[in-house]
Design a protein around this ligand. Structure first.
Ligand SMILES: *Cc1c(COP(=O)(O)O)cnc(C)c1O
Length: 402
């Protein structure tokens, strides 16, 4: 198809890329389902999927075909015009999320920017001059100025002052701290949290998902917007379409991205109830948000997740992986936390070096977050046989290490 051949990357050769990432010295040229391949054909099992992005696996044939066909038909017009694929994608997303209104963006951070704007608009309409939003410690909400200010990680914020100062931070899971903040700050209008903290180490609150129910009650009591960041936990990742569906509550504002496009850059901010209608004509926008191509991808991803029963699969196979890890690593001092295909293995010591050992010795792609947590984000449609393949490599890795 193309007559361009790229020269292999030489680690000692200067590159024009801004050095914002600590990259591993490996590149993949091809993928299929749960597996990635280097130029020389070496196969790696991918238990990271581009950090919870390629939930349906790499190069999914149905999604590849939709992208190719739409790219050869019409990629982009503009939100100045009706976009039937965007309307259809919103319909699908409303069905699976239980939300009412959807705005399409291009990334997770941008979706959270939309949520923050909605909260401020909500506050302003009630006469709150400088509205504040409660956020949690160890949270991650993105790298734009407002979202890095919301993020509970000093490393993300260092050197980027002035931060936006409308965020009030509480310990994740601490309901009393929220009530305390409510007493001190009458200008709070919303709370923004992750149902499971991803970058923070695959943590639910100490009381589990009932935290979300407690937060919902507090939001009702104070007339705040309950806003959930499901950028990582959404799209079937945790064994429900959205993680909040493990509970009986519904948030007012919901953000997602990552798995929504299976690798195509898209995101969404969604509203229901009292958050509906806050952003009207002229108050928000994005040139690329909800392009014809992007919208068709979203539609196709959701449709494929439904047709493959991938959410149910994530719950069943994810549970199997967690059970097996707990059994097979029972004599090791590890704690396994998992919901669907979002799994963290807490090791008794810092273990960042495991990423390279897994890759080089077991041909396994994993991630380590929060210093000592092995993070697994395999495809949500992973088969039982692939799960056994994953377990074999992973148990050997951890047994050798501890
Ligand atoms: C990845 C992530 C983001 C940021 O998404 P980007 O697409 O990188 O901007 C925000 N919140 C959570 C919970 C995430 O996991």
């Amino acid at each position: 198809m193309t007559d361009i051949t790229l020269a292999p990357i030489q680690p000692d050769q200067p590159s024009h890329l801004m050095a914002t990432y600590g990259r591993q010295a490996i590149s993949f040229v091809r993928g299929r389902g749960a597996y990635l391949y280097t130029e020389d054909g070496t196969e790696y099992l991918d238990a990271l999927t581009g950090i919870a992005v390629c939930g349906l696996g790499h190069a999914h044939p149905v999604i590849a075909e939709a992208i190719a066909e739409q790219a050869a038909t019409l990629v982009h017009t503009s939100n100045l015009f009706e976009i039937p694929w965007q309307t259809a994608a919103a319909q699908k997303l409303a069905e699976v999320s239980g939300m009412e209104e959807i705005f399409f963006s291009n990334s997770g951070a941008e979706s959270n920017e939309g949520a923050i704007k909605i909260a401020r608009k909500f506050g302003t309409q009630q006469g709150v001059r400088l509205p504040k939003i409660i956020v949690a410690e160890q949270s991650f909400h993105g790298r734009t100025l407002a979202t890095l200010s919301a993020t509970g990680n000093k490393k993300v914020q260092d050197g980027f002052a002035p931060l936006t100062n409308d965020f009030i931070r509480v310990p994740f899971g601490d309901v009393e701290a929220i009530q305390e903040a409510a007493l001190q700050h009458p200008d709070i209008v919303a709370i923004l949290i992750e149902p499971i903290q991803g970058e923070g180490g695959i943590n639910t609150a100490p009381q589990g998902f009932s935290y979300l129910e407690e937060v919902r009650n507090i939001c009702n009591q104070h007339n705040w917007l309950m806003m959930l960041d499901e950028i990582q936990t959404g799209n079937g990742r945790t064994g429900k379409y959205f993680a909040y569906q493990h509970t009986n509550i519904v948030p007012d504002v919901l953000t997602t991205a990552k798995g929504l496009g299976n690798g195509f850059p898209v995101g969404a901010v969604m509203t229901q109830g009292k958050a509906v209608g806050l952003l009207g004509p002229g108050s928000h926008g994005s040139t690329y948000g909800g392009t014809v191509l992007g919208s068709r991808v979203v539609y196709t991803v959701i449709d494929t997740i439904q047709k493959e029963n991938a959410v149910e699969n994530a719950a069943i196979v994810g549970r199997y992986i967690v059970d097996q890890l707990r059994t097979q690593l029972a004599d090791k001092n590890v704690q396994v936390r998992g919901f669907g295909m979002m799994i963290g293995i807490q090791l008794p010591k810092d273990c960042a070096e495991l990423v390279a050992i897994a890759r080089d010795q077991h041909k396994l792609i994993i991630n380590v977050t929060a210093g000592s947590v092995v993070r697994l984000l395999p495809p949500i449609n992973m088969t039982q046989a692939q799960a056994d393949d994953l377990l074999e490599r992973l148990v050997a890795l951890i047994n050798n290490y501890l």
